[in-house]
Write a new protein. Sequence first.
Length: 112
Amino acid sequence: MNADNRTDDCGAALTAREVCHILREVTFERRVMAKAGDQSWDEIHAGLFVVIVDGWRITIYNDCDVLDYCEACVCPEGRRWSFDNGDRYGTDPIALLSTWEHGTLERLLKRL
C-alpha cells in the first residue's frame, strides 16, 4: 500500500475491487454518474476527468478520448484508493471491468 492509500480514522483503504463495483453499477444503470467540473470528456481530450457517483468522487484518466485508467477515488466515508505505477496489472479498477463494461463506461463518460 502506498502513502496515498493510508487512512486516518476512516477505516481501511478502498480496494480496486470496491471502486470497480461502483463503476460496474454505473454501466448497468444502477447508479447515476455526473461530471464534477465544467469541461466535458471531449473538451479535456487528454487529462484527468472527475465524476461523482452517489457521493463517490472518482478521478479517471482520459487519454486522447479513450478511457485509460482510474487515478483515484474517495468514497462518501472518506476512504481512499489511488493509482500507483508500481501496482500489479489488474489492480486498476478500470482494468477489472469486462470489455463490454469498459466500452459502456467510456460511452457514458463521453455523454457527460
